[in-house]
Ligand binder design. Structure first.
Ligand SMILES: [Zn+2]
Length: 298
């Protein structure tokens, strides 16, 4: 496994990380054709091929904490760093991703819930997605012991843009405290459920003491331009090796960013021109709803 090494503070110039790739996974399953599988379920075989490819193409896995130390000038990073993130903390991350990553000497960042009494992804039931077991405490501790970074994904997988500021603060801050108590270690990173983020939430995440937070499709193209809205590239169950390679290109991130920006600009333009017109308001809501459901479960 790559161990980032201290640089003894020799290089404290302003540091840029435009080259760090951040990939987003949810579940790794034994067979994606099994009932209950959906677009977030990458097969263990495909996942292994992706790790093989990363190794072949010269990528090295790092954590967000490695990036933080790099930005402080306290650590060097490898030439082609990549952060592999797993949302929700499924048991199959432990069962299939951990051994595969260990085989390749790689590590990852896993975002889990602070509320340890939640045993499955019950929040997906309304989308018709089968329940899948989440990791137990002992398994999360084992990941941490294996050099993985454990981050928070709120207490209850809350869509933070739709709860009160008070509730959002509790979801963000209490989950950090609970997980840190459980692990006896710091929990430096956060992932917004559904990628739902706004300026107020970013302030709360910062105030709670996190160093970094991940969105899904939003945020600047350059990695450290906004460390509380880190854009990620989604790996789907349909992503083949050619697409996987494409998604690792720096230009792909700019393409994703431009696509997101264009959608946002269009929505803003329509909203501005509506000038109180109810029908157009409804159209905007419809487009936003469609965008949201296409991002469901992220
Ligand atoms: Zn999630």
């Amino acid at each position: 496994m790559y161990k980032a090494h201290p640089n003894n503070g020799k290089s404290r110039e302003r540091r840029n990380l435009p080259f760090v790739k951040v990939l987003m996974y949810h579940r790794i399953v034994s067979d994606k054709s099994l009932p209950g599988s959906h677009w977030t379920c990458v097969s263990a075989k495909e996942f292994r091929s992706q790790l093989e490819a990363l190794e072949k193409w010269g990528f090295t896995t790092v954590t967000f904490d490695d990036c933080r130390l790099f930005l402080k000038g306290e650590l060097n990073l490898p030439r082609k760093p990549v952060v592999l993130t797993f949302d929700d903390g499924y048991r199959d991350t432990y069962r299939y991703a951990l051994p595969a990553l260990q085989e390749f000497g790689m590590k990852a960042v896993v975002f889990v819930l602070g509320e340890r009494r939640i045993r499955t992804n019950a929040w997906d039931k309304c989308l018709g997605i089968h329940g899948a077991p989440l990791m137990k405490e002992v398994e999360i501790k084992e990941l941490r012991g294996a050099g993985f970074e454990i981050g928070s994904h709120t207490m209850h997988h809350a869509r933070l843009t739709e709860v009160s500021e008070h509730d959002a603060w509790k979801e963000i801050s209490v989950s950090k405290i609970q997980l840190e108590d459980m692990l006896g270690a710091s929990v430096p990173s956060f992932s917004y459920p559904y990628g739902a983020v706004n300026q107020m939430l970013k302030q709360l995440v910062k105030a709670a003491g996190y160093d970094i937070a991940c969105s899904v499709v939003s945020g600047p193209a350059v990695f450290n331009k906004d460390v509380f809205e880190i854009r990620r590239t989604t790996i789907l169950n349909t992503t083949n090796i050619a697409e996987f390679r494409l998604k690792l290109l720096t230009t792909y991130r700019y393409y994703e960013w431009a696509r997101w920006k264009t959608k946002n600009n269009l929505l803003n333009l329509v909203a501005k021109r509506s000038n109180g017109n109810d029908k157009i308001h409804r159209d905007v809501e419809e487009v936003e709803g469609a965008m949201r459901s296409s991002n469901e479960k992220q």
